[in-house]
Design a protein around this ligand. Sequence first.
Ligand code: HEM
Length: 367
Amino acid sequence: MSDEKKYSSIHYGSYLGLDKILNAQEPRSKQVGQEAHEETLFIIVHQVYELWFKQILHEVSSVMELFKTKNVDEKNIDIAVLRLERVNEILKLLIQQIRVIETMTPLDFLDFRSYLFPASGFQSFQFRKLEVMLGLKIEKRISYTPYHYYHEFSEENQKEIVELESQESLFTLIESWLERTPFIDLKGFDFKSKYMTAVEHMINRERDAIQNSDYLSEQEKAMRLKMNGDSNTFFANVFNEDFHNQMIAEGKMRLSYKATIAALLIELYGTEPLLQLPYRLLNVITEMDELLTGWRYRHAQMVMRMLGRKSGTGGSSGHDYLMETVKKHQIFIDFHNISTLLIPRSELPELPLEIKKALGYHFNYSN
Ligand code: HEM
């Protein structure tokens, strides 16, 4: 006898709860008097977003669980990458969906907009949960209300989000995982000085190219050389832990020193077999951050088209507030900034055989 529990047969409609979902569109304009045709579209588009937010939260929280253990199994990194790739495909859909709402004209919107006050996407609990889970810190939020954003929610939801704020986020979990990765210990290979020599070559080559240019005026050359000098200082500080910590203290960076070095190594040597999965993980997270920022930007553009300079139903300045969030609510910016530190493959310090072996497929080194 199998242990499987008995289950009754089910109908398509009841399995999907269609009774609830398909009866959940109640245009306010209809209740008030004259139904505005586009209000149904407005409601359905928001509902579809919320359903996708639910799926994204389901994926992100499961990925966070995988990283809550001290030793993250490699198989789990693969699972995390696959799930976050799914999130990214959903985010692409969410960006495209803005086109659907843009088939409504600003005048169509005005037929029912006045019935919406003070409701706003600003009150989307799932969207806020996602931001908090990814790692947006409350002190970094742009606020246009005299109270914290979570006061918009029911008491139960407020409790949940305040609790979430105090817990690990995807950012801090990935940061700790990077800090723990064993491959930062390169067993006697002086990566730091070899990398710095390679950086010097790169910078000198760029400086020579500027100085020898036939196209640039002396003034342009001086300006570019100054900029080159600035990036020189930047590179010189890469391995200066105190400087790094100073940047963190000033709020200019967030990712810890150790995690930054680990991420740099993964980006530089990501084609080594053992680093391929970590490399894909960092990339899928960076892409997720980019897509979410892309959504914020598209939403802000759409709002400009719909409302011009009008303020939002939630009480913000509208487009200007949303554009500020594009710039300031990006969470994994330090992951993108690793690219500043990259050097051409041709300059990359060769890894000693011992380390290559440790990072490679063993059958390649059987002789
Ligand atoms: C005609 C269409 C839309 C207009 C005019 C619009 C307008 C706005 C405005 C002005 C804000 C800023 C807060 C406020 O003052 O109300 C806002 C925030 C927001 N909207 Fe929309 N929106 C539209 C469609 C959507 C859709 C389809 C979604 C999908 C869920 C959405 C999700 C959000 C979210 C999550 C926020 C909070 C953003 C943040 O604070 O970072 N909006 N919206």
